[in-house]
Design a protein around this ligand. Structure first.
Ligand code: ATP
Ligand code: MG
Length: 237
């Protein structure tokens, strides 16, 4: 079943048009990977979906038109974004970052605390540092916190923009395993932007290839990986 769909999505910055009208879908339970060179418009796509920049086109989530819906209401509807780079409040403690991630929830502090405890169980590194300022965590720890913080809103769709940026290969692997586990065990749907095509395609249900604001190829990871021209031109392996 289609969870998220965009048709003719355009967005940009002031006079600069970045997305030239892209069609994109995430079905329930999928991990969809978006690949593309620097400046292709991947982050812009994520921002357009989460509503932090103006966008046009037909955008639906869970059967509802969300084109005119603002960023807070989009989080409430069930879409959470882990932005590229820092997705945390550096001055707040680890635990307060998680609490802040739950700001749209209406199910009370008990339920929120139960979720915080769940994340601490899943990420013992964060539990050990619960009172530490987020800004003083290592890059990998901050990335884990950024993901856990986004998940505190209990989204059905997680937008994850280059979570592996600046991380050691081992930590990246841990992070991706965690995303796969959430997908498998909790049915979380994921739209993932990733530079490391080889790694990302292993976990992808489907792949979109973005080039200067246009989708130039899409298909299952097997289809995309089997196309020599695409592989050589865009994926570098
Ligand atoms: N805030 C902004 N104001 C003006 N132009 C911007 C802004 N953010 C991005 N751009 C421009 O929009 C284009 C697409 O940028 P975007 O960040 O979406 O690329 P990307 O595919 O995420 O690249 P990367 O892989 O480097 O993260 C680029 O040409 C960039 O310079
Ligand atoms: Mg980007």
């Amino acid at each position: 079943m289609t969870l998220f769909s965009a048709r003719g999505l355009t967005a940009g910055y002031g006079p600069l048009k970045v997305l030239e009208g892209i069609d994109l879908e995430v079905n329930e339970g999928e991990i969809v990977v978006m690949l593309g060179a620097n400046g292709a418009g991947k982050t812009t796509t994520m921002r357009a979906i989460s509503g932090v920049i103006a966008r046009h086109g037909e955008i639906t989530f869970d059967g509802h038109n969300i084109q005119k819906v603002g960023p807070d209401a989009i989080v409430r509807a069930g879409i959470a974004q882990v932005p590229q780079g820092r997705g945390t409040f550096p001055e707040l403690s680890v635990e307060d970052n998680l609490r802040a991630g739950a700001y749209v929830r209406r199910d009370g502090s008990g339920a929120v605390q139960a979720d915080i405890d769940k994340w601490f169980e899943l990420f013992p590194r964060l539990a050990e540092r619960r009172s530490q300022r987020a800004g003083s965590l290592s890059g990998g720890e901050q990335q884990m916190l950024a993901i856990a913080r986004a998940l505190m809103s209990r989204p059905r769709l997680l937008l994850c923009d280059e979570p592996s940026m600046g991380l050691a290969p081992m930590i990246t692997q841990e992070l991706f395993q965690m995303i796969e586990r959430l997908n498998r065990d909790e049915g979380l749907s994921v739209l993932l932007v990733e530079q490391n095509a080889n790694l990302a395609m292993h976990m992808a249900s489907r792949v979109y290839l973005l080039e200067t604001g246009r989708i130039v190829a899409s298909g299952t990871a097997a289809e995309i990986g089997a196309d020599d021209t695409i592989r050589k031109a865009y994926l570098g392996f």
